[in-house]
Ligand binder design. Structure first.
Ligand code: GLN
Ligand code: ZN
Length: 759
């Protein structure tokens, strides 16, 4: 065979209309039984395989499907089940318990998958754990695809080294000992796959694109050498993604049959390395040339050129054309989007369109460029039409951007002086008690928003409904005794979508969902044009709330970096430019709020940390740009105006300097879940500004006792000055109920009072 073939690294699990989510949730609620769940899941799995085949994928992945998360799949497959979940007779039940917790035991920790918004379940592994193969799921799915559809799939598994690298519960020095026990199980899995007729097996080792040490490299050499030696009949494809590999020459010389590289997010480094060092003649190169993270159609001509450059080094029969990473991170198909402007729709490629693109490029290489000429031209035209559209070329936005060129936004007065002025203005007590922004989004609230969406309510009816809820909660917050109040965010279903809908340059889809964690999916807005603000977005609600109380009401906005990171952004413009456009829009909104007398304004940046590049050498620039954008949005305020920010779900240690540079007067951070760790970050960094380290976890309905929160405050006061400390929950309260929220906040205020008397 002298042809190139196409492949997929992984395909979305959730289905065209989130059928997968619905089946899972019905099962959890007891509405369907296990048998029905298994049947549903099988249906979605086979549908996805069939579709990939129809769309022309030559080498189709199997085993990328999951009932929750692929890290958890790997952990359970190898018997890494935390002690507190052991003993159950039903493996699937145990699997869900680890992910979601049960009455007796808390769930395993969840964290973000590399630089994505996908969250995986962190395996808990003790150094002396004894792994065992509970099920060969790769084999099961391989056999299923073969017998049901006649597809000889490419089983995919997370590789052992990255798997342990991402797990916790043991020390670095224990890794080799654990690998020694784990590798024989991988060998067994590969042997069984070989016997079943598998040709290629994809072992994913994304950690190879991070900073890896000599020890890591030696480990890879040992582990993969062992696999090759023990199962020479199976071809291992070592798959990397999200960046250029760290040690190209060493990685491509590992004892495997193929290596998968990302030629999209590598800033050209992988291609340059292939050209400079060549590619081993005995190996296959799986070339990730189609962007697996964005939603735009490719310039196929350009991709063809890129492939031709690779073909100068690698023979055709040793090249596989694929996406840069699993399609888990993009929506399923553009076909169901029947309400989108064709100008935008034609420029979009979700998972299915990306499979088509792989097939087109494969044809282009095998049969010559002329065989795909029409497609090349059509896609180029669609891209350019959007690119040249009026929405993408707004003179007003351009002019404003230019006016900031060379200017460094900063608050004119130092924090110390601002703080005095703000204190004179607000006269807050020591340890002011506040919350993060959202209040319980009850069924009633959601129904109200739906009535509006479906046109059942007029704008004024809806507005009255929102105001009723604001008023109710303003008086409730006063009764509870909070010092700084919030309006409650009842008018928002999502902290990014809400702003996207009000700003120009954003588009919204009907079904473009992406899995975030477990059954939870998000539908990121699409930023396709220049971003601009035409009228105030939040002023009405916040000013109304403020009109009802003497206490300060915090304005509530989502920050530029979070809006960017949680959207799909057009690739023809640098993301920094887009962030600046968003920041300028927010700057105006903040001005509107100030003009209405709102002088405490919170700008949330929960996604700041997740956007941090994987390569250490790129991190500084990202952080610098993040700081610039935040300050562009927030620095043009009066000295008396107090800027707050909030962050959560992240490790902050390494970005403490950045947090300081944001120059927010107050920051609130999720901390109750990991109190000790976060506090030590602040200890080391002598942070001076206002700070609230969440004193209770908001992820469960549990109402923490006053004493428990007192302890958390006391712990924080060991490293922070009482004058800097704010008392607040970990995060917004939108997922909680009214009663538990009222009770917890009442206890929180009492805890603040008690400590206030003592310091
Ligand atoms: N203000 C938002 C809220 O309270 C913040 C959400 C978040 O940090 N993820 O819901
Ligand atoms: Zn939060």
């Amino acid at each position: 065979m002298t042809n190139v073939i196409s492949s997929t690294i992984g395909y979305p699990r959730i289905g065209e209309k989130r059928e997968w989510k619905r089946a899972l949730e019905s099962f959890w609620k007891g509405k369907i039984d296990k048998e029905e769940l298994l049947a549903e899941m099988k249906k979605y799995r086979l549908h996805a395989l069939r579709k990939q085949k129809e769309l022309g994928v030559d080498l189709i992945p199997v085993g990328d499907f999951s009932f929750y998360d692929h890290m958890l799949d790997t952990a359970v497959m190898f018997g890494f089940i935390p002690e507190r979940f052991r003993g159950g007779s039903d493996l699937l039940g145990t699997y869900f318990d680890i992910a979601r917790g049960n009455d007796e035991a808390v769930a395993s920790e969840m964290t973000k998958w590399f630089n994505t918004n996908y969250h995986y379940i962190v395996p808990e592994i003790e150094a002396d754990a004894v792994p065992e193969l509970t099920e060969n799921r790769a084999l099961y799915y391989f056999n299923e695809a073969k017998s049901e559809l006649g597809i000889t799939g490419k089983p995919v598994l997370l590789g052992p080294v990255t798997f342990l690298h991402l797990a916790k519960g043991f020390e670095e020095k224990d890794i080799d000992q654990l690998l020694e026990k784990l590798v024989p199980l991988y060998i067994q899995v590969l042997r069984e796959l070989e016997d079943a007729g598998a040709e290629w097996v994809q072992l994913e080792e994304p950690m190879l694109t991070g900073a890896i040490s000599e020890t890591d490299l030696a480990r890879f050499k040992r582990v993969y050498g062992k696999l090759q030696q023990e199962v020479p009949g199976v071809k291992v494809l070592l798959q990397t993604y999200f960046e250029a590999v760290d040690h190209y020459e060493e990685v491509v010389s590992l004892p495997v049959s193929g290596v998968g590289l990302d030629f999209v997010h590598d800033d050209g480094a992988n291609l340059a390395a292939v050209k400079e060092y060549g590619f081993p003649e005995d190996k296959t190169l799986a070339a990730g040339v189609i962007n697996g993270r964005n939603i735009w159609r490719e310039d196929l001509g350009e991709k063809l050129t890129q492939l031709e450059r690779l073909l100068e080094v690698v023979d055709k029969d040793r090249l596989i054309i694929q996406q840069s990473c699993s399609l888990l991170h993009v929506p399923v198909t553009v076909d169901t989007e029947d309400e989108l402007d064709p100008l935008l729709k034609n420029a979009l490629a979700f998972a299915d369109q990306k499979l088509e693109e792989a097939a087109i490029l494969t044809k282009g290489i095998n049969q010559g460029e002329s065989s795909i000429k029409d497609k090349i031209i059509a896609q180029k035209q669609s891209r350019e039409a959007l690119w040249n559209s009026a929405a993408r070329n707004r003179q007003d936005v351009r002019n404003e951007m230019e006016s900031w060129e060379g200017v460094t936004p900063r608050r004119p007065t130092s924090y110390a002086s601002r703080q005095q002025l703000q204190q004179q203005f607000f006269k807050l007590p020591l340890l002011p008690a506040t919350t993060i922004g959202s209040l319980p989004q009850t069924a009633d609230i959601k129904q109200g928003r739906q009535n509006r969406r479906r046109g059942k309510w007029s704008d004024s009816e809806y507005q009255a409904f929102i105001e009723e809820n604001i008023a109710e909660w303003i008086s409730r917050q006063e009764e509870i005794g909070l010092d700084v109040l919030i309006h409650g965010e009842f008018e928002r279903n999502d902290m990014v979508e809400f702003f996207g809908e009000k700003l120009e340059g954003f588009a919204f889809t009907r079904f473009a969902w992406v899995q975030s964690y477990g059954s939870r999916c998000v539908k990121p807005p699409i930023i396709f044009g220049d971003v601009a603000l035409t009228e105030p977005m939040t002023v009405k609600e916040i000013a109304y709330a403020q009109s009802l109380t003497e206490k300060p009401v915090k304005g509530m906005l989502t920050g530029p970096i979070t809006i960017l990171n949680w959207s799909f952004v057009h690739e023809g413009i640098s993301s920094f430019e887009v962030t600046k456009q968003i920041a300028l829009a927010l700057q105006k909104e903040i001005k509107y709020l100030e003009d209405e007398g709102i002088q405490m304004i919170q700008v949330d940046e929960p996604a700041l940390r997740e956007g941090l590049p994987l390569k250490p050498e790129k991190q500084e620039q990202y952080l610098r740009e993040a700081v610039y954008s935040f300050k562009l949005a927030t620095s043009s305020v009066k000295d008396e105006t107090q800027i707050h920010t909030h962050m959560c779900y992240s490790e902050f240690g390494e970005i403490m300097d950045t947090i300081d540079q944001l120059d927010a007067d107050v920051i609130s951070i999720e901390a109750a879940r990991s109190h000790g760790e976060i506090i030590s970050d602040f200890e080391r960094n002598s942070y001076e500004k206002g700070i609230g380290l969440g004193v209770y976890d908001i992820h469960s309905p549990r109402v923490p006792a006053v004493e428990e929160m007192e302890r958390n405050i006391v712990r924080a006061l060991k490293v922070l000055e009482p004058r800097q400390f704010w008392v607040n929950p970990d995060c917004g309260l939108k997922t909680r109920g009214i009663e538990e929220t009222t009770a917890a906040l009442t206890n929180m205020v009492e805890a603040a009072r008690r400590i206030r008397e003592k310091v």
